[in-house]
Write a protein that binds this ligand. Sequence first.
Ligand code: AOF
Ligand code: ZN
Length: 354
Amino acid sequence: MRPEDEKFMRLALELAKRGEGWVNSNPMVGAVIVKDGEVIGVGWHRKFGEKHAEVNAIEDAKAKGHDVKGATMYVTLEPCSHWGKQPPCADRIIAEGFKRVVVAMKDPNPLVAGRGIEKMREAGIKVEVGLLEEEARKLNEIFIKYITAKMPFVSIKLALTLDGFIATESGSSQWITGEKARERVQELRRRHMAIMVGSGTVLADNPRLNCRLENCPPKVKVILDRSGKVAEEVRKGRNFRLFEDGRVIFFTERPEKFEGIAEAYPITGPEEMLRKLGELGIDSVLIEGGRIACQFLSYADKFYLFYGPKLFGRGIKPFECLKVEDANGAPVLRIESVEKLGESFLVTAYPGGE
Ligand code: AOF
Ligand code: ZN
């Protein structure tokens, strides 16, 4: 590696992020082409099914009149070696005569898994792997989970009072956190392909469950509605805002009740439902319903806990299903960051700390 390599890889990581929300269930990928110390082309994977980052960068360089022969490419993910919706990037890089390729991480997709790197090396390209790997893995934590486990990446998002309640005893929960925290939730919605809540939330708040940021695609909305109450209300003529855009999926004991209303599947255990979502092509689920969070606790890959500056004293707690007796036997989270957001703060954590 050379001293300037890191700067170009950081640029590639920044570019990759531009695909957030649009590329799922593919990875976010960025590519930078450098010749004689100068950036001559940049690209990123813009949308699922469309051109890969490397090809976009090559086309960008050519459109600006540059010759990529003999150049170096910095790419956040190993160039692919297989035919998917797009042709193999490794072959294109070889054909274009690149001299050196710097890769942040190997592609965990079993169809690639090192073959892209191998192919390029066999063709005589100098390939270096592992620069800013940690950042690259973090950027694509959703993709890594989904491509290897075929199960969606599960994030639990909660809005809590400082004393740990998600609602008062009578069920009132608007608003525990402030404006800045709610904006941050919109960013979380952009990252995840699906948003999941229980029917209680739908009936009480009539949420849109969409992403209101500029540059945000429609979300898949997943509703757990055991007895099919939402379907009954729809038949009575009530309008729900969640039907305004995106795909809507219900899990219910009576899927037939939803005929002509939305897609519906039998409500089962959390693992089976997540597997079903995986089969439906959904790579990530943001669980926003506090009351359904506990049943997905052991499947959570990440926690986003927003704390607002309020105290309830009594009320509904999110993880009561746990029933921990011995403090030493409690699940432990690994806190990644604590951010202040106006009067609220956000704790981001992963399961399984020390
Ligand atoms: C790359 N560059 O920008 C991306 C890659 O169906 P396809 O052809 O789009 O292939 C999707 C797979 O290719 C995906 O699962 C991942 O392994 C890789 N994605 N590879 O070289 C890119 N997005
Ligand atoms: Zn590719």
